[in-house]
Design a binder for this molecule. Sequence first.
Ligand SMILES: [Fe+2]
Length: 308
Amino acid sequence: MDDPVDLSENRSYSHWRVRKLRAYPHDINDLRVPVERLDRPKPAELAALKTRIDTFNMALVEAEPDRIETEALLAFTRALGLHTTDANLFADASAVSRITATRRNPDEEGHLDAGPAPTGGATLGDFIPYTDKPLSWHTDGYYNAPDEQVGAWCLFCIRPARHGGENGLIDHEMAYLRLRDESPEHIAALSHPQALSIPAHVRDGHTLRAESVGPVFSLRNGHLHMRYSARARHVIWRDTPETQAARAALDRLFSRPDVFTFRYRLGPGEGLISNNVLHCRSGFDDEDDPAKARLLYRIRFLDRIVLD
Ligand SMILES: [Fe+2]
């Protein structure tokens, strides 16, 4: 097995590592690809997107703001091989979530910072993506069942906030690389099948979402997958010194310049498409008028973007 992210494969890892590092540093604007019609992306546009996604696991799409609507987004993502959506309660029938602040100050209990899939009893304001609060580093769907992990997502901006609402983005392969350089033991600890547990979401005696137990790093269909949340509450890390050390090293990554963090505030018509890279969001001030308030469309997929 010649797998670069296998800890026993030092030679293929070092080749992969060299190739990966050769692409960095890079500016977010170099990841930008204009797409004239989201509902009918041209072969050259798709090729330009795939080149960036192949290298960085993400691309920045520039589209016409008035072309961003549900069917066009689904046609666009289908053209990139994304077919299986991770539908949640707040998605419409086509699994497109409208991310907007509900302007409610939610209570602490029951928060999950990337929007789990509750059924009944929960309101949008219970979930931090639907507020104006900062959103800590995570990959999407870390609370999903092991066989329903999120492989890719897109996030398109209809209207930005008045101030703030900037995203931070780190290619999860680069996070893996820096951690493995620091110590392969960090990778071993974070690849343990019980490394990170998210307790069940229970409300009024009803289990709205089952407990999720799994590794941070895993290999899925030959690709590195990362399942992570930096939040301190409602997460349980495996109780070993190795796990604690790996978790601390991961925390430190978010202030290291050599993981090449992209920071960007999406403007109208702009979107991110990624193989579920690490991301965070700053808090924001918004317009009071809901018709002018920050609005983004998001779709999550169980597939990864198909590159060939
Ligand atoms: Fe997210």
